[in-house]
Write a protein that binds this ligand. Structure first.
Ligand code: SF4
Length: 691
């Protein structure tokens, strides 16, 4: 086609939280491709990755949901919207009458827009009267949010794009950046080529490790140990930033005491890091003019994830690398809108939008007044975290779920356990764009729109709120999530009267100080705005804490917390001698709902695999490409072996995207991290046997 024959719509990528923007080219309701428009793409400029560029075939997939489905005698049949919504109301009503509102839980979607998520949490609180709402943030960066908000005030990345492109030193921990956040990876590699230092800490030699000045292998589950050891060394050698600490930090003396036992020898014994490597990395960090600490789920998905975050936050504080344009902390968020939809919008069991606690009476009053509720109708107790929902169902305390755009059948720890829970629920409604593995267990399935059929906003990993625009009309009878939720609320007698996502954003801005100055009109004319953006004349905040740590409750200083080096939840033994870590691959996204329907991507990664070090493979008699059985204390799965030196001998790696052969066939639902209730995905003991 010629350019003047096609429609062009500028929008935001629906795949990951880097937040790339680009123009979508479409013709007669079909997406033809995308191309970045650098003028409208502050984060990615002229770059996108393979997913953002080519991966829209799924939208027209033959098995797209285009009509509501209801289950009858164990089989799905198509239904009208009227019938399907009535069935959902009947199902939720029945549980409410018999067991009370808290026997229902909702799972919101970090793929959906901010506006979709805002109305979902409003539905939970106002219509159902429960705080049992959560999202997949619980399975990834929940510990990051806990640790960072306790220390600095905000549970989000402090840095913006300047640090990403121009810091003097990157410290990447448990982050497979080039595959999981490809455009961030590109920016980092460019700056490293121009002279920035790159230190990578990981159990697995990821692609980004190949560009590192120093790559340090860490035993899975021992990050607190090496970070505490590094803090001890920096303090002992007087490499810390005394002036910054005196002005901005509380708690140094208790940290000094708590790290005393983390000698270089102890760190080597536990975390496997030779003393010289620990010391040279410590010196590079402490003497750098600026430093960005980036991490992903390798640091977080542990039964002591919050301690890991306390530790890395303490390291940033003692070296004075916080609050500058090129220095600070940057958790790389996973799904496209997990920052906004998974957190900022309050689909959380403990917070209203903008991280305003539900247990605070003034907050409850504010939201009750806006929504026209009596105070005694507004739920006051915190609800179940996502992981706790699946445990509460075991105990028969949870009877029904409404899941929007998530696929816990694959993403929850221990697929076997998730299956039992989904099968046993009295009522399950799922809202999605495909009949996912989770939706197969539903009583009612509601067809939603994909990202290129939706309007609204996403918030990127660097806190930029950006517009999402409809490029093609919804397929069949699919509807945007917010419209479905509003229609369901109407069934319960609630008239919200939103005409558009822009209307919803106006209500969000009224109630949520960090989004106080955001509107669709401003985003259209100004482009992405990084929160906090408190008022209409506030340009937003490219990096946090430039003028101190005022967001910390009752203090003007950052609060250091002692990071306890808690042992992983399981230890290898004779029966399960290898440690499995898990993660993502470039060509797949989350549970593969979209990407496993892309022919181009499946050519590279249609099926799961296990990476085994050649030495381990030889020990077990495994040949490259052979199918093996992996067994853990929690499950088993058959998977193809790939021999590579990316993992250490004694460790294996399995991606999380797949039902067959995926990592979560082997992971466990407990223990959970204390503060965040996030699971320990990153340490699972396994044995390998030949098929
Ligand atoms: Fe989309 Fe992430 Fe790729 Fe950018 S890096 S194009 S946001 S998937």
């Amino acid at each position: 086609y010629r350019l003047n024959e096609v429609d062009v719509t500028d929008t935001t990528c629906g795949y990951c939280a880097v937040g790339c923007r680009f123009d979508v080219y479409s013709k007669d309701g079909e997406v033809l491709g995308t191309r970045p428009n650098p003028e409208k793409a502050p984060i990615n400029g002229i770059s996108t990755c393979v997913k953002g560029k080519f991966s829209y075939g799924y939208v027209d997939s033959d098995d797209r949901l285009t009509q509501p489905l209801v289950k009858e005698d164990g089989e799905f049949r198509e239904a009208s919207w009227d019938e399907a919504l009535s069935r959902v109301k009947e199902g939720l009503d029945g549980i409410q009458q018999e067991y009370g509102s808290d026997a229902i839980s909702l799972v919101a979607s970090s793929k959906a827009t901010n506006e979709d998520n805002y109305v979902m949490q409003r539905f939970a609180r106002e219509v159902l009267g429960t705080n049992n709402i959560d999202n997949c943030n619980r399975l990834c960066h929940a510990a990051t949010v806990e640790g960072l908000s306790d220390t600095f005030g905000f549970g989000a990345a402090s840095t913006g794009l300047t640090a990403l492109e121009d810091t003097d030193c990157y410290v990447l921990v448990g982050s497979n950046t080039t595959e999981a956040h490809p455009v961030f990876g590109t920016r980092i590699k460019q700056n490293v080529r121009d002279g920035a230092d790159l230190l990578v800490f990981d159990p697995r030699k990821t692609q980004i490790a190949e560009y590192a000045d120093q790559f340090t292998r860490v035993e899975p589950g021992y990050d607190t140990t090496w970070i505490n050891g590094m803090i001890r060394y920096i303090l002992a050698e007087d490499l810390h930033d005394e002036e910054f600490i005196a002005e901005h930090v509380d708690g140094l003396e208790k940290i000094r005491e708590s790290v005393e036992e983390f000698t270089p020898e102890f760190v080597e014994e536990k975390a496997g890091i030779p003393p010289e490597e620990l010391k040279s990395a410590a010196e590079t960090i402490a003497t750098a003019d600026s430093c960005m600490f980036g991490w992903t789920l390798g640091l977080v998905e542990h039964s002591h994830g919050t301690d890991n975050i306390y530790a890395i936050a303490n390291l940033a504080l003692i070296t004075g690398h916080m609050g500058g344009p090129k220095s600070g902390v940057s958790p790389f968020r996973g799904q496209n809108n997990v920052q906004g939809g998974g957190g900022d919008m309050g689909p959380l069991p403990n917070n209203f939008p903008g991280y305003q606690p539900v247990t605070d009476e003034e907050n409850r009053e504010k939201f009750a007044e806006q929504w026209g509720m009596e105070m005694d109708e507004m739920p006051a107790e915190e609800g179940y975290r996502l992981t706790e929902m699946f445990l509460a169902a075991d105990d028969d305390d949870l009877k029904g779920m409404f899941i929007q755009g998530e696929n816990p059948q694959i993403s929850e720890p221990n697929i076997g356990h998730a299956t039992e829970v989904l099968e046993d629920l009295d009522f399950l409604a799922v809202q999605d764009i495909f009949l996912t593995e989770t939706a197969e267990y539903a009583d009612v399935v509601l067809p939603a729109t994909s990202t290129v059929e939706s309007n609204g906003t996403y918030t990127s990993s660097s806190r930029h709120v950006q517009l999402v625009k409809r490029a093609i009309e919804p397929k069949g009878n699919a509807k945007p999530d917010w419209e479905i939720t509003q229609a369901l609320a109407a069934r319960f007698g609630y008239d919200w009267g939103f005409d558009s996502p822009s209307d919803i954003m106006d209500e969000i801005a009224d109630l949520t100080p960090i989004y106080g100055g955001i509107s669709h009109e401003r985003l259209e004319t100004e482009g992405g705005i990084p929160w906090p953006c408190q008022s209409e004349d506030d340009d937003g905040t490219p990096y946090l804490y430039a003028d101190g740590f005022h967001a910390v409750e009752d203090s003007e200083k950052a609060q250091m917390h002692v990071a306890d080096a808690i042992e992983p939840g399981e230890t290898p033994d004779e029966e399960f001698p290898l440690v499995m870590t898990s993660g993502r691959v470039l060509y797949q996204y989350h549970t593969g709902t979209m990407t496993l329907r892309e022919e181009g991507l499946d050519a590279y990664s249609a099926e799961s695999f296990v990476e085994i070090h050649p030495q381990t493979a030889a020990e077990y008699g495994v040949a490259d490409g052979e199918t093996v059985t992996l067994t853990s204390r929690h499950g088993a799965t058959a998977v193809r072996a790939e021999t590579t030196d990316r993992p250490s001998p004694g460790e294996v790696f399995v991606p999380m995207h797949y039902l067959e052969g995926g990592a979560n066939n082997l992971t466990k639902e407990e223990p959970l991290d204390g503060p965040s209730r996030a699971p320990e995905y990153k340490v699972t003991d396994v044995q390998v046997t030949l098929e």
